[in-house]
Design a protein around this ligand. Structure first.
Ligand code: KE4
Length: 440
């Protein structure tokens, strides 16, 4: 078991000052019950709680910690940058280096704008696509999350071809109605939606590999069809790579699946753990942004020197892509080869543990992102994911936590590996899973 004394005291105090005691809802453990622990420090593949327990971390601050926590190159880069000041509000050299690195790694990006979160990146990309096409309607997919901008907090309306309904209080129906929500991996739904809204869809935004309802993958040909129909319709295809970017390959999911979107959004890894977002893509679209064009977008801390220094260190360490040279083949191969090896090892071990325990688990994985659903059915979309046994997941989550393994605190979140995870971490995790699954 992990001790909770200090965490419980801190949470009781947090509840008095912060809504739900957390600064982001998923941290409240509502998906698994109980109270969150508080982290005092993190290093490599592990976090240490305020009560002194060390846990193998498969959340990785929801994706940024792809090199593990407190990587010395990131820490030193932030320290060095901080000595020169923390924010200028005027261009700084790191912004140019970061932009060149992103362009070097993601060929579909001709121009890129930095911002401060994935939400900002997705919100801005939608506004930009609407400004560029002069259309209002957008398509998103159920189970995909793109941050909390009003137009994206929308669930499928009755009959997915009609208007969306707000998925949060405070989102006006007039805003939600321009958002059409379709089932993921459904080509016919895409065809029908475009047929019902000819020439009216400004953008399609998609997580190429959805990691916000657990993890499921595009069916063969799905992303290719999406690219084809959006090109035919003059609709801007936006790949939300906030989570998959620079993780599934040096160039993200679009490299892994060979798709060239019109715009992409980024976050997480490119900030090295500091607040960051970015959106980029076709130059003719990006040049519609102020101060060049009519689409306004701004941010006091966009391109902040600390976040840029951290993100540059992360990307260079991850891909050894010194700016201006794509000599990533050697280093990137090492990092991404290692992530694939760790992912495959973890997958094999957890599958064996579930089989030995006689527990039906559908294990989905793409590189270093994974999710084990407690269901015997395949999971290709949100409806499939919803069939998972959430009560069984709750018991599994807490059982694993008691064994020193911190999984994402919800059946509907993805897990993340880092280059800092070791084979020993995986072995400990698999042993714990075999023990816990035997009690479910
Ligand atoms: P942020 O605004 O949280 O930086 O990014 C929003 C976002 C956009 N697009 C994708 C694909 C994302 O995964 C996210 C944020 N991911 C969640 C994890 N499920 C962040 C965790 C949280 O909300 O606390």
């Amino acid at each position: 078991m992990i001790s909770r004394t200090k965490s419980e005291a801190l949470f009781a105090e947090a509840l008095q000052h912060i809504p739900g005691g957390v600064n982001s809802p998923v941290r409240a453990f509502r998906g698994v019950g109980g109270q969150p622990f508080f982290v005092n420090a993190a290093k490599g593949s592990r976090v240490t709680t305020v009560d002194g327990d060390e846990l193998i971390d498969y959340v990785g601050t929801w994706g940024p910690a792809i090199l593990g926590h407190a990587h010395p190159k990131i820490i030193n880069a932030v320290k060095a940058a901080a000595d020169h000041g923390t924010s200028f509000g005027i261009p700084n050299p790191f912004e140019v280096t970061m932009a060149k690195l992103i362009k070097q790694l993601v060929p579909s990006v001709a121009k890129v704008r930095m911002c401060n979160s994935g939400t900002e990146a997705c919100m801005s990309a939608i506004r930009l696509a609407r400004g560029f096409t002069r259309r209002d309607k957008i398509i998103k997919f159920d189970g995909c999350y793109h941050g909390h901008a009003d137009c994206l907090l929308v669930k499928a309306g009755s009959g997915a071809l009609t208007f969306g309904n707000p998925d949060s209080a405070g989102v006006p129906a007039d805003t939600a109605k321009h958002t059409l929500v379709l089932p993921y991996n459904d080509v016919d739904a895409l065809k029908a939606c475009f047929a019902a809204n000819p020439g009216e869809i400004a953008a399609v935004i998609i997580e190429p590999v959805p990691g916000n309802a657990g993890l499921y993958l595009p069916r063969p040909g799905y992303l290719e069809f999406l690219r084809q129909i959006t090109a035919e319709q003059g609709t801007v295809l936006i790949f939300d790579e906030v989570m998959t970017g620079f993780r599934l390959a040096p160039g993200g999911a679009q490299e892994r699946f060979g798709i060239r979107p019109d715009l992409s959004t980024f976050g997480k890894i490119i900030g090295g753990g500091l607040p960051v977002g970015a959106f980029g893509g076709r130059g003719d679209i990006m040049d519609c942004l102020a101060p060049l064009g009519p689409v306004y977008q701004a941010g006091t801390l966009s391109g902040n020197p600390l976040a840029m220094a951290a993100g540059i260190a992360a990307l260079e360490e991850l891909t050894n892509a010194e700016c201006g040279m794509r000599n990533a083949e050697s280093k990137a191969a090492n990092a991404y080869t290692r992530l694939e090896h760790l992912g495959a090892t973890l997958e094999a071990g957890l599958r064996d543990a579930a089989k030995s325990a006689g527990i039906p688990v559908t294990f989905n994985r793409c590189g270093s992102m994974f999710c084990g659903y407690f269901t015997s059915e395949p999971v290709w979309n949100l409806a499939d994911a919803m069939k998972a046994d959430r009560e069984r997941f709750k018991k599994y989550f807490h059982g694993m936590l008691a064994e020193g393994v911190y999984l994402a605190p919800s059946q509907f979140e993805a897990g993340f590996l880092s280059t800092a995870h070791s084979e020993a971490d995986i072995e400990q995790t698999v042993r714990a899973a075999a023990k816990v699954m035997g009690t479910l």
